[in-house]
Ligand binder design. Structure first.
Ligand SMILES: [Zn+2]
Length: 458
């Protein structure tokens, strides 16, 4: 295979301090061979040293690492733009619980496709997912997530958000789903498995203990929601005498590498626990604002050295899957919260969305920055687009100015999933057409006529 030299007026590598690779390279390039990055440096030097390499990109483009989406739910891909005006628990009660049990494997595949295509178009190359719906049949659902991600050429860290509280499925069925997903990920080119725990309050004590044992015994990471809303903190406090974070630490959960989504309602004791156990945090500014959950103390968590990444969250609670909107929102929410324009710079938000997210998922050895030896997960922003015609500061250009329409090419594992702004791996029109009857069937079977015109046969 011929090596490819991806050039840009700016290469923003997100390489950490101390790396041999600079964080910002003007007139730079990234040399890709197979699935990996083999060199990063000045375009002139690299093109002279590798005259046979195919050259892509222009002297005006901006080249960045692929974005790491630290939290989402492919299970919501067919129910977007529905059920607004609720806070989290009412939203779960009104929308998420009714669709549970009506899902087919085809719906799981199709929802992943729709959300995944939007993610790729906004520069996401790794999605940390938690599938949060039980199957309506005996067949497991979550292997379909892995199949869709492989078809899209989108990297995944996949989990099933298990829980037995309020469910009559039984604990064993939940662990069977974990196992089916684990096996699918093991056979996949791009996905790896984590143990999903919907929330501390969603599992009985017996199931929570078994989940911890399954994660630590199997050497698996964990993906969990922690302290998204105030009511979760008080309910867990009433039941266990501790916050969900303190309870998780007490029960031994954090012996497994853990990614905690949200951490909005965390006091200084909770934050100290997160820092002590190196729990990674997914900050989801858009869904936190839509559901009126609050503003996570990102500044305070980062001050303690906690790895905080950015997530788009699910297609039913964001509802868009646009990472660039989430990155911009993270910086804006920090500024509004602190009423301080310096609360988060464009560069800080960019680094949270790349190497910060990779660290939160303990995947920084392979992704999150453009450095030799890492996976060739790369985004090229179109320097010839009107929005990026004049780049005064490349970080501000990406974070404040760019949207999916400026994302020209997206590489995952050395292969382009987006070429010239179009999804290159699957037929978009076919996937959209296939999704329509499935979404209608889902909301109709779930009895959501009061929320969706599709469920009213219109
Ligand atoms: Zn979530």
């Amino acid at each position: 295979m011929t090596a490819t030299l991806i050039r840009g007026g700016w290469v923003l590598t997100s390489a950490p301090e101390g790396s041999a690779t600079p964080a910002v390279i003007e007139n730079g390039a990234v040399l890709v061979d197979g699935e990996r990055i083999v060199a990063v440096g000045g375009f002139a030097e690299l093109s002279a040293a590798h005259p046979d390499a195919a050259v892509l990109g222009t002297a005006f483009d901006i080249v960045t690492p692929g974005f790491v989406n630290t939290h989402g739910h492919f299970s919501e891909g067919l129910i977007t733009g529905i059920a607004e005006g609720y806070t989290l628990w009412e939203w779960i009660w009104e929308l998420i619980n009714p669709v549970a049990g009506h899902f087919s494997p085809a719906m799981a595949y199709s929802g992943t496709m729709l959300a995944g295509m939007q993610m790729l178009r906004s520069g996401i190359t790794l999605a940390n997912d938690m599938f949060c719906t039980d199957p309506g049949t005996d067949a497991p659902l979550t292997p379909e997530v892995v199949r869709a991600l492989d078809d899209l050429n989108l990297r995944g860290i996949v989990s099933f958000g298990a829980g037995d509280v309020g469910s009559d499925r039984g604990i064993q069925a939940e662990f069977d789903e974990h196992e089916a997903l684990r096996e699918a990920a093991a056979a996949s080119r791009l996905s790896t498995f984590r143990v999903g725990i919907g929330a501390v309050g969603g599992q009985s004590d017996a199931m929570f203990a078994r989940s911890i044992e399954y994660a630590t015994g199997g050497d698996h990471g964990v993906h969990i929601h922690l302290q998204e809303i105030r009511e979760e903190v008080t309910a867990t406090m009433q039941r266990t005498g501790r916050t969900a974070i303190a309870h998780s630490a007490h029960e031994g959960l954090f012996a497994a590498p853990t990614l905690a989504a949200h951490c909005v309602w965390v006091d200084r004791h909770d934050r100290a626990i997160l820092a002590e156990h190196r729990v990674g945090v997914a900050h989801n500014p858009v869904s936190n604002m839509i559901l009126a959950s609050g503003a996570a103390p990102v500044w305070e968590m980062r001050e303690l050295g906690i790895d905080v990444g950015i997530g788009v969250d699910g297609p039913a609670s964001n509802d868009s899957q646009d990472m660039l909107q989430a990155i911009k929102s993270a910086a804006m929410l920090a500024r509004v919260t602190h009423q301080q324009a310096t609360a988060m710079s464009a560069r800080e938000a960019f680094e949270m969305a790349t190497i910060g997210g990779a660290r939160a998922l303990r995947a920084e050895e392979t992704v999150g920055s453009l450095e030799p030896g890492k996976a060739a997960d790369i985004v090229v922003f179109d320097g010839d687009s009107p929005a990026l015609a004049n780049v005064h500061d490349p970080f501000q250009a990406v974070v404040w100015v760019a949207g999916p329409s400026e994302v020209r090419d997206v590489w995952v594992a050395g292969r382009r999933s987006v070429i010239d702004g179009r999804i290159a791996t699957v037929d978009v029109a076919d996937e959209v057409a296939r999704a329509r009857p499935l979404a209608r069937e889902l909301v109709t079977r779930a009895g959501l006529g009061h929320l969706s015109v599709l469920a009213r046969g219109q």
